[in-house]
Design a protein around this ligand. Structure first.
Ligand code: DGP
Length: 113
């Protein structure tokens, strides 16, 4: 997708600090970390939000969720972690290519779920 920053990262046109990659997903460090460990898990297929997701893309999200515990273990998040998917303006979504935030490496507290 033209002008999508995450598509450009996936294509290697913009550098990123990669944590994991396979044919369906890319996981890289967030440029503006909100926790000691803050990564983004991005399905390689472009779609902006869950409401735009087709069945094939839903399978990719399922694959991402199934893979995240393994990636979290490699990141040393043995005490737990938080996953966030921001959807739309009220959630503060700024990049309109679906992504799952993986936050951890510290006590995240009980606020915001
Ligand atoms: P969201 O608010 O859920 O749309 O979060 C988008 C996140 O993407 C935000 O935490 C910052 C991150 N981000 C934006 N541009 C880049 C980039 O060029 N590289 C990396 N690594 N992260 C980015």
């Amino acid at each position: 997708m033209e002008n999508c920053i995450f598509c450009k990262i996936i294509a290697g046109e913009i550098p990123s600090n990669k944590v994991y990659e396979d044919e369906d997903m890319l996981v890289f460090r967030d440029i503006n970390p909100q926790a000691k460990v803050h990564c983004l898990c991005v399905p390689k297929s472009h779609f902006a939000t869950l409401s735009e997701m087709n069945e094939k893309q839903a399978e990719l999200v399922k694959k991402c969720l199934a893979k995240i515990p393994e990636i979290a273990a490699e990141l040393g998040l043995s005490n737990g972690y938080r996953l966030i998917i921001n959807q739309g303006k009220d959630a503060g979504q700024t990049v309109f290519h679906l992504h799952i935030h993986i936050l951890g490496g510290q006590d995240l507290g009980e606020k915001l779920i």
